[in-house]
Write a protein that binds this ligand. Structure first.
Ligand SMILES: [Zn+2]
Length: 355
């Protein structure tokens, strides 16, 4: 969906922009000042410049603080406040690298407005190598932080309190627009894909400015950061960047280019917004094809592939290689997601179709 030549030039630009990601030198020592700690962020009170903080988002069962990195890049010129978040799901890492790439290309002199960046929202999940917030109580428990916004400060669960502190002390009073960066979940893959609620014209425009392969016009889901912000009148979209637990340079480079384009569109960066070489496919529905049988999955389609209704899309076989079932597309559309872990249990997704 995106021309190979453009991907190549973007990857080259990205590699040049942050060489240490690909084995080059580390940042110089004067850039390595330890971040200040912060309990409450009020960016309107800050002078223009770059601020790196560790936010105290809660405490562990040992009483130690859970520190969440927060970066503020406040421009010399007035302008809107754009929030970028990543790793609300602790194993979804491409967004962190997209943020690194973007920060290397943007400085406060050129910026009209403010970037507020939380590059690792779910620190306990990242520590535990897990999608979920991982708490210690009850012999260990897990929670999906992106279903708990805006959290609950009083009488909430461990995870609800963590979300509430982030929401109240960092996010709520410091945001005009937002892009929340994700990937597909473990064992499956996405292309560059945006969830956006087109009832909000600005969110609709932001989705296109990100120049993704696919967009789902989606009314949102309760408890997600995107939908919670939209409920407060803050245009927000969710950008999915490939698969979890890896750094995918081509998709990350495209995400950086898309985020820069969103910043142009919102007036944080000078210049005209770019148009993608190929328009994204937009659908209002996505349908999962699940396996009814445990076994070994052969997926016959690829991400972004246009498929016809009735087309054979997957086969599940037993340990002896004998076919248990074949699966066919219930709708024509475009392949939004595929299973990358071929061991599938009953009820597991094989293919997701956007239509
Ligand atoms: Zn996610």
């Amino acid at each position: 969906m995106f021309q190979t030549r453009q991907i190549a030039s973007l990857v080259i630009a990205f590699v040049a922009a942050i060489p240490w990601v690909f084995g080059g030198a580390a940042a110089s020592s004067q850039d390595m000042e330890p971040p200040a700690t912060v309990e409450f962020l009020s960016i309107d009170d800050l002078a223009p410049g770059t601020y790196r903080y560790q936010f105290n988002a809660g405490s562990r069962n040992t009483g130690e603080a859970i520190w969440v990195p927060v970066l503020v890049l406040k421009g010399q010129k007035e302008g809107p406040r754009l929030l970028l978040t990543s790793a609300i799901h602790g194993d979804e890492l491409n967004g962190i690298f997209a943020i690194h790439g973007l920060l290397d290309r943007v400085n406060s002199e050129a910026l009209a407005g403010t970037l507020v960046v939380v590059p690792g929202v779910n620190q306990p999940g990242m520590n535990a190598n897990n999608r979920h917030f991982v708490g210690a109580g009850g012999g260990g428990h897990m929670a999906d932080l992106n279903r708990l916004f805006p959290g609950q400060a009083n009488n909430g669960s461990t995870a609800e309190r963590y979300v509430a502190r982030l929401w109240k002390n960092i996010i709520e009073d410091n945001v005009d627009y937002a892009v929340d960066l994700h990937t597909q979940t473990r064992g499956s893959d996405y292309p560059l894909f945006v969830f956006a609620d087109f009832r909000n014209e600005t969110a609709h425009q932001m989705a296109h400015d990100l120049m993704p392969d696919l967009i789902k016009n989606d009314p949102g889901q309760s408890g997600t950061l995107e939908t919670t912000l939209m409920g407060k009148g803050v245009p927000a979209v969710t950008l999915e960047i490939g698969g979890p637990k890896q750094l995918q340079p081509d998709l990350v480079a495209r995400a950086v280019a898309g985020l820069e384009n969103v910043m142009r569109g919102l007036g944080l960066l000078a210049g005209e917004r770019r148009k993608p070489a190929v328009q994204p496919f937009v659908g209002a529905n996505s349908t999962n094809v699940f396996t009814d049988h445990g076994g070994f999955a052969y997926i016959h389609v690829k991400l972004n592939e246009r498929i016809e209704q009735g087309q054979k899309i997957a086969t599940v076989v037993d340990a002896f290689g004998r076919e248990k079932a074949s699966y066919f597309a219930p709708y024509g559309g475009v392949v939004l997601s595929v299973a990358t872990d071929p061991l599938r249990e009953p009820g597991a997704m094989l293919v997701r179709i956007l239509h």
